[in-house]
Design a protein around this ligand. Structure first.
Ligand code: DC
Length: 228
């Protein structure tokens, strides 16, 4: 493990760019906490799905918020678990239909405001690598390092498809790409905290990089920021 200094690393980018894999690996290398903010939005999406609510209906979603009890826990390996009213929903939030629900509910400013303090509080307590869509622009505008991770839609779809297949989920590559493009459009065009790079973000395009090359590239950026 490398030396510690209080640091916030904001890692933003589109769906399936490999943010969580890279963020987790880098956090482990430096002894930082890895925070997957998408999982928090997914928990709200799952709650809306279970409640039979239209995720695009701002009034219905806003009404749901005060009834939610969302908690995060870390297991012995530092893996983030999401709890909804005490139930471990870490697997349930990964289902493909919940991805769209998460994207839909995340467009409402009320949802974003509701989850803001939870995210900031984590970064105050520990050095973090936090991944999401608006971490560098809105949640942690003072982060010591902001990275905007990109890869072509085709490269992202292929990786996500292989990942699903490994988990035994048989899907169609084109459908995975369509889903990614749907979320790219929606996450970038929404009025509330759209996906966009912070002005001072460093771009990291992993289309042509292997996983280990991408991890090394991110770790080099973190090391440079720690020494700055
Ligand atoms: O990172 P992910 O694919 O698990 O995120 C699921 C959805 O949550 C994504 O489509 C957009 C939304 N999201 C967001 O709006 N802001 C974040 N910081 C993280 C995720």
């Amino acid at each position: 493990m490398e030396q510690m200094k209080h640091m916030a690393v904001a890692l933003d980018g589109p769906s399936a760019a490999g943010k969580s894999t890279l963020a987790r690996a880098a956090a482990q290398r430096f002894g930082f906490l890895y925070v997957d903010t998408g999982a928090i939005y997914r928990s709200v999406g799952l709650a809306a799905h279970r409640a039979g609510i239209d995720p695009k209906d701002p009034a219905a979603v806003t009404e749901l918020l005060p009834t939610l009890q969302i908690d995060m826990a870390y297991d012995a390996d530092g893996v983030q678990r999401m709890l909804l009213a005490g139930e471990d929903v870490s697997e349930a939030i990964r289902r493909p239909e919940i991805s769209r629900y998460a994207s839909d509910v995340s467009a409402h400013p009320e949802v974003r405001a509701f989850l803001m303090e939870m995210q900031r509080d984590l970064a105050r307590r520990r050095s973090v690598v936090m991944d999401g869509r608006d971490i560098g622009t809105v949640v942690l505008p003072d982060a010591e390092l902001k990275v905007f991770l990109t890869a072509s839609a085709a490269a992202r779809a292929r990786r996500r498809w292989l990942e699903l297949r490994e988990k035994g989920v048989e899907t169609d590559l084109e459908e995975v790409q369509r889903d990614i493009e749907y979320r790219d459009r929606q996450d970038s065009r929404r009025a509330a905290a759209p996906l966009r790079p912070a002005e001072d973000a460093v771009f990291l395009d992993t289309s042509e990089l292997s996983l280990s090359e991408s991890v090394e590239a991110l770790c080099t950026l973190i090391r440079e920021a720690m020494e700055a």
